[in-house]
Design a protein around this ligand. Structure first.
Ligand code: BEZ
Ligand code: FE
Length: 279
């Protein structure tokens, strides 16, 4: 029998994967095994520490359900979600608006609203603002009929899914761009908010001495026939967390300032979203 030791176990574990029929699964599992083994060797991982890690991952699974996904939050706070997104958009999107994290609070089944509608009508009260957007293709051509799905936290920093005092669907809407690519809606100015910290990921952030805040933002998912769907967000210029987003989603290109000149004296935010054509 072959003698396994700290140095040859990685080659042995990789050899067990050599018959994996799916080549991509084989590549992923071989690299994952190698990196995990290297990690354990590098930090001289102790059995008690690894058991603590397993218990942590177990709690991450146990607290997750169809409304709460602690594994996504773990991936987000590790910077892994942002990295995967960067890899996906590294080369193909020249000239297109940068993407940003989907996050765990997106939901389907939100009604389509008329341009100009107020997505904050169900409260809570906040600073009123107007969003004026435009959707264009890569050559700057306006895209008519694009579907713009928007969602954000209310002025108390909570999404409707987190807050029993908000209507079932609040701070959300779907809009269609007009012939000139424009769309508009009213809302309240987003504020920076904490990601959920009442679970194992929050406990880990505290143990790491990290804050749990995201800079204020509005989420957008924009789709149009012949174009790649864009999932992104606009971040409030000057937000105190813009440089230290707990989930690494904020990007310079997605920072937008609120300007005077919205309807009824409200501030306005303006942004042009450029979609990449499908290959
Ligand atoms: C969000 O922006 O909705 C979000 C993203 C990642 C983790 C938590 C919240
Ligand atoms: Fe968000």
């Amino acid at each position: 029998m072959k003698h396994l030791d700290e140095n040859n176990i990685t080659a042995e574990a990789s050899a067990r994967l050599s018959e994996t029929p799916d080549p991509r699964l084989k590549e992923i599992m071989t690299a994952l095994t190698r990196h995990l083994h290297d990690f354990a060797r590098e930090v001289r991982l102790e059995p008690g520490e690894w058991m603590e890690g397993i218990q942590f991952l177990t709690r991450v699974g146990q607290i997750s359900d169809d409304k709460r996904q602690e594994f996504i939050l773990l991936s987000d706070t590790l910077g892994l979600s942002a990295l995967v997104d960067m890899i996906a958009h590294a080369s193909s999107n020249d000239g297109a608006t940068a993407s940003s994290l989907l996050g765990p609070f997106y939901r389907t089944g939100v009604p389509e609203l008329q341009n100009g509608a107020n997505i904050a009508a169900g409260g809570p009260e906040g600073e009123r603002v107007v969003m004026r957007g435009r959707v264009i293709g890569r050559a700057g051509k306006p895209i008519s009929g694009a579907l713009i799905d928007v969602w954000q936290a209310a002025s108390n920093g909570l999404y409707d899914l987190q807050d029993p005092n908000q209507p079932e669907i609040n701070m959300r809407g779907r809009f269609r761009s007009a012939n000139d690519g424009s769309f508009t809606f009213r809302t309240t100015k987003p504020i920076s908010y904490s990601v959920p910290t009442d679970g194992p990921v929050g406990k880990l952030l505290r143990a790491e001495g990290r804050h749990s805040y995201r800079p204020a933002h509005i989420h957008f998912m924009i789709s149009a026939e012949g174009y790649e769907t864009l999932t992104t967000a606009l971040y409030n210029a000057g937000d105190r967390y813009i440089e230290s987003d707990a989930v690494f989603g904020a990007k310079d290109e997605l920072v937008a300032a609120y300007i005077k000149g919205g309807a009824d004296g409200a501030d306005a935010i303006e942004f042009t979203f450029a979609l990449a054509s499908c290959e």
